[in-house]
Ligand binder design. Structure first.
Ligand code: COA
Length: 238
């Protein structure tokens, strides 16, 4: 059972907000950089996929940056159903909640100052009717069906991305998402069950969504998403 983010850190004491950070998967990563990435990610395994390494290294960097904690003060771990989290070694309390996603050569991390958060990135892709019937509410499918055909793939991808971001807030993952999903709707921001969400499209066409249980205006967080490079992620923080 996760405990709320520690109020001891400056970030957690702020008004509820989310920070969204993005980076591009670099095409060439030299062995030395890959080893540095593994050290920067919390498990130190060089053999892991580069996108996982980069996502975990970015998450660690951002959580430390925002919380003011030092690497030795925080333990990063994978919890129930694969949800990652960070815990203060001193108090055992959770550091700010974060979420990781990687798709279409982009990596995304979202960190919540209070409560829980989920983030998801997806390239626009077609959805077979049998799949959409399983994963989307009927009213959402009807709404997408009324759009011009050339807009439907993007609309379905947005719905999927929002649903995944919401699923990551609770950490229940895809299985929970497939059970009688409440509608999402076609707007850029909304509330689904206990989750506030926002969705947008990056300039490269990749869809990005963020969802949270305490932060009520995630659209502002998406609009202010920060793009960083490998150098920033690997910058040593003591
Ligand atoms: C979480 C999940 C939706 C990821 O979706 P995806 O679009 O394929 O992948 P993304 O790139 O967006 O996200 C992957 C990241 O999500 C995070 N993640 C994994 N499981 C998670 C969970 N349950 N909750 C929140 N985040 C999770 C991880 O950080 C992972 O990246 P990493 O392993 O490289 O660090 C999917 O893996 C899932 O449903 N997992 C849960 C499985 C489950 O519930 N099993 C129970 C038995 S059925």
């Amino acid at each position: 059972m996760l405990r709320p983010a520690s109020r001891a850190t400056g970030y957690a004491a702020q008004e509820p907000r989310i920070s969204v950070w993005l980076t591009r998967l670099v095409t060439h990563i030299a062995p030395a950089e890959r080893a540095a990435l593994a050290r920067a990610a919390w498990n130190g395994t060089v053999d892991m996929n580069v996108d996982s390494l980069l996502g975990r290294a970015l998450a660690q960097r951002v959580v430390l940056e925002l919380s003011g904690l030092r690497p030795t003060q925080v333990r990063f771990a994978i919890g129930q159903n694969g949800k990652p989290h960070a815990v203060s070694r001193a108090t055992g309390e959770n550091a700010p909640c974060f979420s990781i996603t990687h798709a279409g050569r982009w990596i995304g991390v979202a960190v919540a100052s209070q409560g829980r958060v989920g983030v998801d990135l997806e390239p626009v892709a077609p959805f077979a009717p049998t799949v959409s019937a399983r994963v989307f509410a009927e009213s959402d499918r009807k709404a997408v069906g009324q759009l011009p055909e050339c807009e439907q793939d993007r609309a379905f991808t947005k719905l999927w991305t929002v649903a995944e971001a919401c699923a990551k807030v609770d950490g229940n993952g895809l299985p929970a998402m497939l059970r009688a999903p409440p509608p999402i709707g076609l707007s850029a921001t909304g509330k689904r069950a206990a989750h506030y969400w926002a969705v947008g499209v990056l300039s490269c066409g990749v869809v990005v969504a963020v969802a949270a249980d305490r932060v009520q205006d995630p659209a502002r967080s998406l609009a202010q998403a920060r793009v960083v490079d490998l150098g920033w992620i690997l910058k040593e923080r003591r």
